[in-house]
Design a protein around this ligand. Structure first.
Ligand code: URA
Length: 260
């Protein structure tokens, strides 16, 4: 403020400020607000540039259910260890809704291994594959070619846990459980496989279409494999038992032709 102004000059200057809208006196020294704002903007820009130049913080590794299953399965030296590895596997949602892990039944090391689809209600309750009505029919079918769970056949499923309401398994569920099935076959080391139903064909051959596939030898996990109609289907469609019988005879012939 110009100290040369007399009282009248000072009064006139004050009136002029009031006219401009000044209501409070907050300091003796004038502040250039435009400069202050420009400085703040520059500071924000500097902080943003520093953040962009800094190395990104490490992200937690994404879980890979298939890779984890592969690692757990390949580390299992025998069937008991494989069962334990599957019991400890946490990626599959089906596990949470199931009462039991359904691992296998029959004779480990048998020349014939049968791969079904998934446990149903009875299997979930008992923790054993094929113990319901379809399983009883399966036992009669096997008996017709001289085989039983106590001798000559080992039985498992693609999925060890019952899907809710027996719904079809999802592709990602099959994919994450496939390494366990593959290891299961390697450790049980059968000479011949029976692959029952569409879900099992999808897992073992990578394709569906059981009506077309059945009756024709294929290969799964490096072994001869016969796709067959599922016994649950045979219960609903008894006329299809003819085809199932023909396929069983083909399996019997193959077993006779392979070395014990
Ligand atoms: N159906 C299957 O495929 N597996 C079982 O264990 C029971 C029914």
């Amino acid at each position: 403020m110009d100290s040369e102004l007399d009282w009248h000059g000072l009064r006139a200057a004050l009136d002029w400020q009031v006219e401009l809208g000044v209501t409070d006196t907050i300091g003796e020294t004038p502040v250039n607000r435009y400069e202050a704002a420009a400085e703040a903007v520059a500071q924000v820009a500097t902080v943003a540039a520093q953040a962009a130049a800094a190395p990104a913080p490490a992200r937690p590794a994404q879980a890979d259910p298939v890779a984890d299953a592969r690692a757990a399965a390949s580390a299992a030296p025998d069937l008991d260890a494989l069962r334990a590895a599957m019991t400890a596997y946490e990626h599959c949602e089906l596990k949470r809704g199931a009462r039991n892990l359904v691992f296998a039944d029959g004779t480990p090391g048998a020349r014939l291994m049968l791969i079904g689809e998934a446990p149903g209600r009875d299997e979930d309750l008992q923790g054993k594959p094929f113990v319901g009505r379809a399983g009883q029919l399966l036992d009669r079918m096997l008996a017709a070619i001289g085989l039983s769970r106590d001798g000559g056949v080992y039985i498992t499923n693609v999925l060890p846990w019952r899907p809710p309401q027996n719904r079809d398994p999802k592709p990602d569920e099959i994919a994450m459980l496939l390494p366990f099935l593959e290891r299961h076959v390697a450790l049980a080391d059968p000479q011949v496989l029976i692959v029952m139903g569409n879900t099992s064909c999808q897992a073992c051959f990578g394709k569906r279409g059981i009506m077309r596939l059945r009756g024709h030898w294929a290969e799964a996990f490096g072994r001869p494999a016969m796709p067959m109609l599922h016994p649950a289907y045979l219960l609903r469609t008894p006329s299809a038992k003819r085809e199932a019988w023909a396929d069983l005879l083909a399996v019997q012939a193959k077993l006779k032709g392979t070395t014990a």
